[in-house]
Each structure stands twice: as C-alpha cells, then as structure tokens.
Design a protein around this ligand. Structure first.
Ligand code: SAH
Length: 218
C-alpha cells in the first residue's frame, strides 16, 4: 500500500521561501505560518492572493497584515507554550490564529462587532479553541482580564499607553506600531524589567490607526 503524499502547493512553498529570505528563522514560527490557512481569513475575492506577501482589505475599512509583518512580530514576541497573550486589533483573526498555535491562551480585542464576530467564527471553525475574541476597546482592557506575558498591538498608536504597559507581567514583552496615524510608524518592542521598561525601535511599518471606543456600525 502506498502512502498518500500530500505535496506542498507551489504558492505555499513560495510563501515559506519569501519569509525565510526576508529573515524569519524561528522554525516554530515558520511551521505555524505554513499550517494556518490564510485563505480562510481573507475575503473570498482574494483567496487566490492569500499566500502573496501583501496586506489585503477586509470589511470595515481595515486590513489583514502582510504575512512577513505577522511572522516578524510573532518572532520578536519570543512566545512560549505557557504564555497568556493579549492582542489589540483582531481584524480578520489571522494574527490571533498564529499566536494561538504558539502559546497557551490568546485574548484578542476588536472594536468592530462585524470583525469580532467573523473572526470568532473562523477561529472556532478551525478548532483554535484557545483564543477568546472580545468586542471592546484596546485602550481600555477589562481589569478582570488580568496581566499578560505578551502584548501585541496590530493598529498604530500615537504612543503606547502607560496603562497598557502596566498590564505586562515581569519579563513580559509588548510589540506595537507607534507613530502618527498618517505617515511613518515604527514597530516598538518594550520589555518589562525589574526597574522599568526597555524600549527598542525595530522597523518602519504601516498599520491602520488604533481608535478609541467600540465602533458604531450602521
Ligand atoms: N491583526 C489583524 C489585522 C489588524 S487591522 C489581522 O490579523 O487580521 C487593525 C484592527 O485593529 C482593525 O480591525 C481595527 O478595527 C482594530 N482596532 C483599532 N483600534 C482598536 C481599539 N482601540 N481596540 C480594539 N481594536 C482596535
């Protein structure tokens, strides 16, 4: 009896190659990028482009990030299997899906109900049960949610709120795009040390803005 070999579709091989060529080297991150089906998170019209290294439009005027940026931010978070992670800006749910394969639990917050609901459905459909999608405002994370080992913000903040930094466990890492809503933003990594926070600028990026409050939808 011959084993059924499932050859990798060419677009997925290119996807891996592009990530490696751009400098992603963490094997667990690369494997996860290969496993999580990005085509489930893009709009049906964009399925053929799901494995191109580009951001794509999703409902409510938002975007699903470029795969390289997702992989890069994930790699810089240095996740462990026992981590509790907070994401601000669920969008399609793709970044949350990637995180969920590499840690214990993800709480992801989204200000558009339409996006929160469809992300929740996708994640459940894939059996990614360790992700909780919350409709809410990432500038006002419920106190009851506790503190986090890692925090990832996927919408641009003009500055990182101190309130958010205070939600990091000791030794915790936060990554956020910081800068004006229109124009150049920088990915910033902050590590909580015994005495305060160590901040480092990583790379220039372009994200949709983080806006306060739950969105009012028509
Ligand atoms: N991580 C997403 C892409 C995020 S796009 C993905 O993988 O698809 C940024 C998202 O942040 C948008 O959906 C936007 O509505 C949301 N957002 C902006 N400000 C927010 C806030 N204050 N709280 C929660 N979500 C916010």
């Amino acid at each position: 009896m011959s084993m059924a070999v499932n050859p990798k579709p060419p677009e997925k091989m290119m996807f891996q190659l592009t990530l490696r060529r751009r400098g992603i080297s963490d094997q667990a991150v690369l494997r996860t990028m290969e496993e999580v089906p990005r085509e489930v998170f893009v709009e049906p019209r964009d399925r053929d482009d799901a494995y191109r290294d580009s951001a794509l439009a999703i409902p409510c005027g938002q975007t699903i990030s470029q795969p390289f940026v997702v992989a890069y931010m994930t790699e810089r978070l240095q996740l462990h299997k026992d981590h509790r992670v907070l994401e601000i800006g669920t969008g399609s749910g793709y970044q949350a899906a990637i995180l969920s394969r590499l840690c214990k639990h993800v709480l992801t917050i989204e200000r558009y109900r339409t996006l929160a609901d469809s992300a929740r459905k996708r994640l459940e459909g894939l059996g990614y049960y360790n992700v909780e999608v919350l409709l809410g405002d990432g500038f006002d994370v419920p106190a009851g949610a506790g503190d986090f080992d890692r925090i990832i913000v996927t919408a641009a903040m003009e500055q990182i709120p101190d309130k958010l930094l205070q939600r990091l466990e000791p030794g915790g890492i936060l990554i956020a795009p910081v800068g004006p809503h229109q124009g150049a933003q920088t990915l910033v990594r902050a590590v909580r040390t015994e005495t305060g926070f160590e901040r480092k600028d990583l790379v220039d990026v372009r994200f949709v803005p983080a806006l306060p409050g739950v969105a009012r939808e028509m």
